[in-house]
Ligand binder design. Sequence first.
Ligand SMILES: *Cc1c(COP(=O)(O)O)cnc(C)c1O
Length: 421
Amino acid sequence: MDHFLYRAGVLHAEDVPVPTIAAAVGSPFYVYSTATLQRHFRLFDDALAWGEHLVCFAMKSNSNQAVLRVLAEAGAGMDVVSGGEYARAKAAGVPGEKIVFSGVGKTREEMRAALEGGIRQFNVESEPEMVALNEVAMSLGVRAPIAIRVNPDVDAKTHAKIATGKSENKFGIPIARAKEVYAEAAAMPGLDVVGIDVHIGSQLTELEPFRLAYEKVAELTGVLRAEGHEIRRLDLGGGLGIPYERSNAAPPLPVEYGALVKETLGHLDCEIEIEPGRLISGNAGILVSGVIYVKNGEGRDFLILDAAMNDLIRPAMYEAYHDIVPVQEPAPGVEQHPYDIVGPVCETGDTFAKQRLMPPLAAGDLVAFRSAGAYGAVMSSEYNSRPLIPEVLVNGDQFAVIRSRPTYEEMISRDTIPSWL
Ligand SMILES: *Cc1c(COP(=O)(O)O)cnc(C)c1O
């Protein structure tokens, strides 16, 4: 459920007509709904209410300061994967004790910044990383709290580019080696082993892969406790998918996911952490774009939009499907027409949809890409020297620009021409 609905024939973001925002900021732009962000966070928080837990928003899905502030005020922690994300979380007011640091390639500088600024735990992904973190912590005279990310060798049954839990993926240590690696960690004076971490992939549309992974985590918890490790926290990652294509079967709900966590791990008396990104921010955002031209090609018609692959790369990168709807609600029963929906970038890959049935559209009309709040703005670039597009946050009947569109001058002035040229 989201808060982007037609009212009186016009798409609204909560109580604000989308054309009103378009008139204020110009297309294309992203719009996020405060109520949807809050609602999705609460669904997870409620789903784990049976035990001690923390929902850490995977901010790589959407790291705008205002979005982080909405979620932090709702009680969310943050899952960060870089020094930049750590700095963003702190800048949005998230205390260090609610920030989890994930990622396969944390540098010593990033480790130091997080240890100095406060951190809930590092999710360590390899032995060399463990050695580095131990050294950095010792040099600061502190102990770094860690969970070790185990790779359970489970097929997440999702797109190959976002599956992370198979043994051939770069993530975590093989679960078969966990005993050995935990023993090494326990012997390092700069590390404080607090738990186990697992994250098997993104956009999962079934619970079964989670079940397989969590059963392995439960078993490992017993093994490690028997070895004398104090396993008091289980970080279960993110990954629950969202319904991009409304005609498909809906993925499991957070409440079903929470019940599965309870069933597989609830008896272990551990604090549960989860790191959802997409399910919190995905359907909390839309990308609004204007039609520049309708081009009648050889055997097919093209809708040429003012948004492009640099603004939303998911279709080009993951063959992702996004619902694209007209901002003016089509009359009931209006005849639909197949269009190839493309952007202006000079690449064939700049195609959002092929032969998509749409009501008749004309130059100047607005369309909205649904489910664009996650892995949208954060993955955008200025390819073709197209300035990053604005982000807008709606709350009830108010809206605010939460990232403005740079002018050409601002975009160009980030480059410098050396004095010797
Ligand atoms: C990407 C990622 C997440 C979030 O995944 P979603 O599919 O957006 O929920 C959580 N944890 C880690 C370690 C990740 O890399």
